[in-house]
Design a protein around this ligand. Structure first.
Ligand code: MLT
Length: 205
């Protein structure tokens, strides 16, 4: 029997080989980023899971102890759980894993970054909007064929500009090709983020 994708999720079929793995922010759900996914790439398939952790009723992808202070044990466990979901979903929906691009916002970007660091075989490319350094792995992954776009807000009260730069450096040390773009604004997504992500996606094979 095929493994079943075991997160509540949406899957929208596409007309190209690409699949965007959409990872929402705190308090979001599997429907939240579908319009963003369509805007970024109208032809891609969309796979959008809902985070399994609840914080005061708000779905997240892993537990945190305070704003920006993560429960690292839970983060590791949830990262592997999400990576295994991607594998199961790829089999179930016949997704080409070489054509997956993660698109994460805030908490979703943090778990995508964690997946790059702990399960480097899963994601060939990722767009990380308002991401932090989720953890520093014990062994450096090989990300030499991975491409990453980080979208930061110059006035983000949750993710200081220095944190986005640290994440870019951590991923670059592991060999990833990282583009970092900063936009005037806070933690929320801006039209400039979306334009930059759309352009960056066009540079992927
Ligand atoms: C996180 O918990 O992942 C970050 O603090 C971002 C957020 O979700 O607010």
């Amino acid at each position: 029997m095929r493994p079943q994708p075991d997160f509540i999720h949406e899957f929208v079929a596409g007309s190209s080989e690409r699949t965007l793995l959409l990872l929402h922010g705190t308090g979001g759900n599997e429907r939240d980023l579908i319009p963003l996914g369509r805007e970024l790439d109208p032809r891609a398939a969309l796979l959008s899971p809902r985070g399994k952790v609840l914080e005061n009723g708000m779905p997240r992808f892993f537990r945190r102890l305070a704003e920006g202070v993560f429960d690292l044990e839970d983060l590791r466990k949830r990262t592997h759980e999400l990576a295994d979901f991607v594998i199961a979903a790829a089999e179930h929906y016949e997704i080409d894993m070489k054509k997956i691009v993660a698109v994460g916002y805030s908490n979703g970007a943090n778990i995508a970054a964690s997946m790059l660091l702990l399960r480097p075989e899963i994601l060939p490319a990722a767009i990380l909007f308002r991401a932090m350094v989720p953890l520093v792995p014990e062994t450096q992954p090989n990300l030499s064929s991975v491409r990453v776009l980080i979208g930061a807000g110059t006035l983000d009260p949750i993710v200081p500009a220095s944190e986005a730069k640290q994440l870019a450096e951590l991923l670059r040390r592991a060999g990833a090709d990282v583009t970092i773009r900063s936009f005037e604004g806070g933690h929320e997504l801006t039209a400039d983020d979306i334009d930059a992500a759309r352009e960056w996606l066009m540079t992927l094979r």
